[in-house]
Design a protein around this ligand. Structure first.
Ligand code: NDP
Length: 434
């Protein structure tokens, strides 16, 4: 098996940045701890929402026995999940959609990606709708098997990451590997494809398809259970579902923008990304809808409007800033931002750093927009419990850590030019504050 051009990052991804990133997430000890802690954390949040009365800390309603029982995986759930993966993989391979080129690799060539997320989402919605309407797979199946799904998908991610390790290392010169544990956790290959180079892109597939579309289904399932149980959809649930659905739709609408993100351009593909995409996103980002099944405050119209407006502000900032960078990096010729020619800093490396538009406000306005949107879909849950606010609290930590890692990588890559950029664009994420 030859894995071919697995490890090529952007031009000039040097040994310095590779060495620095080896200690990411606490090195070997930190990686091992996270391999255990993230699945336990997912199960704990599920426990809080389902078996602990919606509290973040164990309370009088805590039912550990029911939790343990519901986490036992079943063959039925494994079969349904594998069928879901196979269905999504078929859509990725054959659903209609344009093919676009990614950013240049180390040798100047570009990989090609099939961007058929929109049609895949549509076909998935029709298929799931038909399954639910026929009674073959009712929407509440996900709710009923949620604990089993957490276990099944977690086991799958441990197993598939092993495959990624072996496959990635096969195409990897030994000098570039970072040890078995780190390679398993953070990945051994940057662009694993089957077959290499021209084939099915595993990272971009798992980054979005089974998990993001799965997240929509999870949220719809929780909403369906609320209607079944309480006779109607609460306004709070409606706001949460609308904002989360809009986030996923927006992703697929602007799918090529994923090609200029940190994950696709620079991260290798290992357990951390895989688990995040398959388990963490659908199972924990749906926490608000899970909580709301039985704790739905009736929102006054002004409160619902406020949450939706905050969500729209967040989404606009998130998408618009990501698009500014994506267009700049994909085809900067003649690009105008806010009516003026795009301004940038030339680097000795050859890449240009945009300093116009949102990229002149702060180095990651896109993170701020994303966070505001997450806050907007937590607020409809009210203030009875801290549980629904797990997401904005955790996400703030993730984005601050991510910005620091990106800063370290870019400083190693661009040297003095990065310092110049940071002097020009002073704020890291929140203009005027941080
Ligand atoms: P960015 O999209 O900001 O990409 C960072 C990369 O862009 C850098 O490594 C650098 O790469 C390049 N870059 C940095 N500054 C500039 C500049 N001024 N001009 C041109 N290029 C620049 O970061 P992420 O990939 O982390 O995030 C993408 C989106 O995904 C964000 O909106 C984020 O909020 C979201 N996200 C969401 C998560 C979630 O769980 N919901 C998790 C992670 C991200 P190069 O080396 O090529 O120069």
């Amino acid at each position: 098996m030859t894995a071919g051009r697995h490890d090529q990052g952007g031009p000039g991804e040097g040994e310095t940045s590779r060495r620095d990133l080896r200690s990411d997430f606490g090195g070997v000890a930190g990686n091992l701890a996270l391999l255990a802690a993230l699945p336990i954390g997912t199960a704990y949040l599920y426990f809080c929402a389902r078996f602990n009365g919606g509290r973040l800390l164990p309370g009088p309603e805590a039912d550990l026995e029911a939790l343990a029982q519901s986490l036992i995986p079943s063959w039925e759930t494994a079969a349904v999940y594998l069928a879901w993966l196979a269905f999504q993989a078929l859509l990725q391979a054959f659903a209609p959609g344009p093919t676009v080129e990614g950013t240049p690799l180390e040798d100047g060539t570009r990989l090609r990606y099939r961007m058929n997320g929109r049609s895949s989402l549509l076909i998935s919605a029709v298929a799931v709708g038909a399954g639910a309407a026929s009674g073959l797979l009712p929407l509440r199946w996900i709710y009923d098997h949620f604990g089993e799904l957490i276990s099944v998908v977690t086991l799958f991610s441990y197993g598939f990451a092993l495959f990624l390790l072996i496959y990635g290392r096969a195409g990897e010169p030994a000098r570039k590997t970072r040890g078995v544990i780190v390679d398993y956790f953070l990945g051994a290959a940057r662009h694993p494809r089957i077959p290499p180079v021209t084939g099915f892109d595993l990272k971009v597939f798992f980054e979005a398809r089974p998990g993001l579309i799965g997240w929509v289904l999870v949220v719809c399932s929780f909403a369906a259970v609320q209607i079944e149980r309480h006779g109607s959809l609460s306004s709070a649930m409606a706001v949460v579902c609308t904002l989360q659905l809009a986030y996923v739709l927006d992703y697929f609408w602007h799918e090529p923008a994923i090609l200029t993100t940190l994950d696709v351009q620079h991260e290798k593909f290992g357990w951390m990304l895989l688990f995040g995409d398959l388990v963490w996103v659908p199972m924990t980002y749906s926490l608000q809808a899970h909580y709301l099944i039985d704790h739905a405050p009736e929102l006054p119209i002004w409160a619902a409007a406020l949450c939706v407006s905050l969500g729209l502000v967040g989404m606009t900032l998130f998408r618009w800033s990501n698009l500014q960078k994506h267009r700049f990096r994909s085809d900067p010729k003649g690009l105008r931002i806010w009516g003026k020619p795009a301004e940038f800093i030339e680097t000795r490396h050859g890449n240009r750093l945009l300093v116009s538009g949102f990229w002149g406000w702060s180095r990651h306005s896109n993170y701020l927009g994303d966070w505001l949107l997450g806050l907007a879909w937590s607020l409809p849950c009210g203030f009875q419990s801290l549980l629904p606010y797990f997401y904005p609290i955790y996400f703030a930590g993730l984005l601050i850590h991510r910005e620091r890692r990106d800063h370290q990588r870019c400083a190693a890559k661009y040297g003095e030019d990065w310092d110049r950029y940071c002097r020009r664009v002073r704020w890291r994420i929140v203009p005027g504050l941080y």
